[in-house]
Design a protein around this ligand. Structure first.
Ligand code: LRH
Ligand code: MN
Ligand code: MN
Length: 428
């Protein structure tokens, strides 16, 4: 396999940190054993856990005001794959990449698949894009795509989604994620019911093109770019869509796509209960769809989501997809994505520590204090030794960010990839 970071450097760094890690791991193991938990069993589960990296996440993001590109911005999908391979090499938590079409220009699918294989990366869900116009496109999405009043525009959006499925088939992807920006900016602008009917009709055609072993994930979002009403605005609408489309259709929960303070873990529990949870776009936010690093604002909420996921482990048909969906404006995207993948694993490990039998007893007895304490005890556990051990055992780095910085990867690619200017970027 092609290694982006010198394997010798990773070993040398790990060597330096290993004695401390062994001691910390033994201490934590002893503590967990007192509660009847085998640390090795938790570590094994964490090591087997995978989160997809979004191809669009390795470039510097931006706001509608500006974009400030960093050094060594990826020029094309092959550069993006190499950056993703760094994240996987050091964290061992991100074995696949989620593509976004046409942001990712794919001319030679065979070559792309081969490069992915050489770098040890698979291809996760395909993301379509009918929220922007592209050069040479016959019909504009200014007034919508899959729900547009004009049949030819809807057909163009359907065709694009089918093209994404075709590309994904060649790459062994098994899912299509559809997020549309359709909606309206003014009361009266759109007929809610007719608009939703048009969307459902169009999605039925996309659904019919899905191979048998594929799933389609529809992604809801409360607002933006339409600010008054949105066609797929909440999990209720999303659930209706999944029901209308059929057994291969599931709801995708992007953590940033809800109003502040919405109880996302309840949404997750409901979708699990009724067999329609498709997966996640992980990120964090303070105000809206901020796309900040996962776990950087409210790690407790991330833990509570994972508490529901661990509760559902083993349930028939339960197989959610895990992806990151972030925009990195002021950090090195590779560092942010490594940290975020680690935060997802942390929430998973903490949720695995919840004493479910005891919790269930407290819930049954209406002991609110002790039920909440049971969750807090797991959340407060410092599981870093578990995460670091899982990485070391899988050939990753004990300290991914420190090792990445020592390797000087960013500088190396900045020497090869031309600088990108942010001047004039953003729309105020
Ligand atoms: C929309 C969204 C969706 C897009 C991505 C770039 O806000 O979350 O998943 O595909 O951002
Ligand atoms: Mn998303
Ligand atoms: Mn989003």
């Amino acid at each position: 396999m092609d290694h982006m970071i010198d394997a010798g450097l990773v070993s040398a760094e790990n060597e330096r940190l290993s004695a401390d890690l062994d001691r910390d791991y033994a201490n934590l193991g002893e503590k967990l054993a007192r509660n009847g938990v085998s640390i090795d069993a938790v570590t094994e589960k964490v090591a087997a856990y995978g989160i997809a990296v979004p191809s669009w996440g390795v470039g510097t993001g931006g706001t509608r005001f500006a974009r400030f590109p960093g050094p060594g911005e990826p020029r094309h999908i092959f550069d993006k794959l190499e950056d993703c391979a760094v994240i996987q090499q050091l964290t061992r938590a991100t074995p696949s990449v989620s593509l976004h079409i046409p942001w990712d220009k794919v001319d030679d699918l065979g070559e792309l698949k081969q490069r992915g294989e050489a770098l040890g990366l698979g291809f996760d869900a395909m993301n379509s894009n009918t929220f922007q116009d592209q050069d040479g496109q016959a019909h504009s999405y200014k007034y919508g795509s899959l729900s547009h009043t004009d049949a030819a525009t809807r057909q163009q959006a359907v065709d694009h989604n089918i093209e994404c499925i075709e590309i994904g088939k060649a790459l062994d992807s098994k899912a299509l994620t559809v997020w549309i920006g359709d909606g309206s900016n003014f009361p009266g602008q759109s007929h809610f019911t007719r608009q939703f009917e048009r969307y459902l009709d169009a999605m039925k055609t996309v659904y019919a093109a899905l191979p048998d072993d594929w799933r389609v994930f529809t992604e809801h979002k409360i607002f933006e770019p339409a600010f008054y009403s949105t066609v797929v605005q909440d999990w209720g609408t999303n659930y209706l869509i999944a029901q209308e489309l059929g057994p291969k259709a599931f709801c995708l929960v992007d953590l940033g796509h809800h109003a502040p303070n919405v109880n996302i873990e309840v949404i997750v529990a409901r979708l699990i209960q009724f067999g329609k949870l498709g997966g996640f776009h992980f990120n964090d936010s303070k105000y809206g769809d901020d796309d900040l690093d996962t776990g950087s604002i409210d790690p407790f909420r991330l833990f509570l989501v994972f508490n529901e996921l661990v509760e559902a482990e083993g349930k028939a048909g339960f197989n959610p997809a895990h992806m990151l969906d972030q925009s990195h404006n002021v950090t090195d995207p590779i560092e942010s994505l490594m940290r975020s993948a680690t935060e997802v694993c942390r929430a998973y490990a903490q949720a695995l520590l919840v004493d479910r039998k005891t919790l269930s007893g407290f819930q049954q007895d209406n002991d609110a204090m002790m039920a909440s304490q049971t969750l807090k005890q797991a959340f407060r556990s410092d599981v870093e030794p578990i995460l670091a051990m899982a990485r070391r055992k899988s050939g990753g780095a004990i300290d991914p960010i420190a090792t990445y910085r020592k390797a000087g990867y960013r500088q190396k690619v900045a020497d090869i990839r031309p600088a990108v200017s942010g001047a004039g970027g953003g729309i105020v």
